[in-house]
Design a protein around this ligand. Structure first.
Ligand code: NDP
Length: 325
């Protein structure tokens, strides 16, 4: 089987597509023939070595994949069954999806929801699952389309673009924050009714600013998240899932203690399987058919490394799919 193998040499990460024996795959109950994988921000950090994602080499990256079961020792799965996987540290500390096969725990797999196929599942991918979990976090905080406008930051990225599309389909008025002029038409087509430049959120935030947003999904962190918090309506909810702009959060307690703002963290990696199944079913039901046609690029396994660098340079819009099978 072919796999993208990451190795370390003199402190640098090397990424090469190699032919390996299938029996080199790690332990697990289910072996999957991978049809599609995706290129995520975390994969890009791992492949380029720009982030300390991988601690054990050699490693096959790829934090999400979809395909069919080749062989299963777990009675919940059978050969030929269509499945998908995101998270659980796969592609980080267990060989991942940028290969023709993977072997994983049955507990990590989600049966393909009815109405979805492997390619569509990877258009959604980890990014889309995270966007749905963020929407669920806003709903659980009591936010409805009647509450007011919802802001999405890093809007033209994988998480942001799916969040814009989901919120629009659910009847929310969506404002998008993007650092790129070139993505405005794309964001409007996804359902953003207003697009704000990233520069408007990049200055040091005052503790409180004019109230503008009922809800927000933040994929950026740092000063952008601090500005968003300062602009939330009384009782507003922010779902924070990302750090594309940095890991810091230079804010104060003011939005929390004077405006009753709730900041809800969102993690998709260790989300319990029951919540994943709900999220995947909702994604399948909610995303319009047009979502799957918009800004999806297809690359081969051998093109993954160069595209990882482009992704980190913010030169890619939407999802990058890796065609394997
Ligand atoms: P992408 O690279 O596809 O998108 C990130 C977007 O953020 C970019 O498209 C860009 O949008 C914006 N951005 C990039 N650099 C900066 C910067 N320096 N300052 C401000 N904005 C910036 O990544 P994903 O959508 O896949 O992931 C987004 C974030 O969410 C990442 O940090 C990722 O690690 C995290 N994540 C977290 C998960 C979890 O479980 N918590 C799961 C998946 C992702 P624009 O050009 O429109 O401004």
């Amino acid at each position: 089987m072919q796999a993208l193998i990451l190795e370390q040499s003199e402190g640098k990460t090397l990424a090469n597509v190699r032919q390996i024996q299938a029996d080199a795959l790690p332990q697990g109950e289910v072996t999957i023939d991978i049809a599609w994988s995706g290129l995520n921000y975390k994969d890009a950090l791992a492949i380029t070595g720009k982030g300390k994602i991988i601690r054990q080499f050699p490693m096959v990256p790829g934090i999400d994949f979809a395909g069919t079961v080749h062989h299963s020792e777990d009675p919940r799965f059978h050969a030929g069954q269509s499945v998908l996987l995101t998270g659980w540290g796969v592609g980080e500390n267990h060989w991942g999806g940028l290969a023709e096969q993977a072997r994983v725990k049955g507990d990590w797999l989600v049966p393909m929801p009815q109405g979805l196929d492997a390619r569509k599942a990877m258009i959604i991918g980890t990014a889309g699952l995270t966007a749905m979990l963020c929407v669920m976090a806003l709903e659980e905080g009591g936010i409805t389309p009647e509450s007011g406008e919802v802001l999405v930051t890093g809007a033209s990225g994988g998480v942001g673009s799916t969040a814009v599309s989901l919120l629009n389909a659910l009847g929310y008025k969506v404002a998008a924050v993007s650092g790129r002029e070139s993505t405005h038409d794309y964001l409007r087509a996804l359902g953003a009714s207003e697009i704000l430049p990233r520069s408007a959120f990049s200055a040091d935030a005052r503790p409180l600013e004019k109230q503008r947003w009922a809800g927000a999904i933040d994929t950026v962190g740092d000063k952008v998240l601090a500005s968003v918090l300062a602009q939330m309506n009384y009782g507003g909810v922010v779902a924070a899932c990302g750090l594309a702009g940095g890991v810091n959060l230079p804010t104060s307690v003011m939005p929390f203690i004077l405006r009753n703002v709730r900041l809800q963290g969102v993690d998709s990696v260790n989300t319990p399987v029951e919540r994943r199944i709900i999220a995947w079913e909702r994604l399948t039901r909610t995303l319009p058919e047009s979502f799957y046609q918009q800004a999806t690029r297809e690359i081969s396994l051998t093109e993954a490394a160069e595209n990882a660098a482009k992704l980190l340079n913010n030169a890619i819009t939407g999802r990058t799919l890796v065609k394997i099978g």
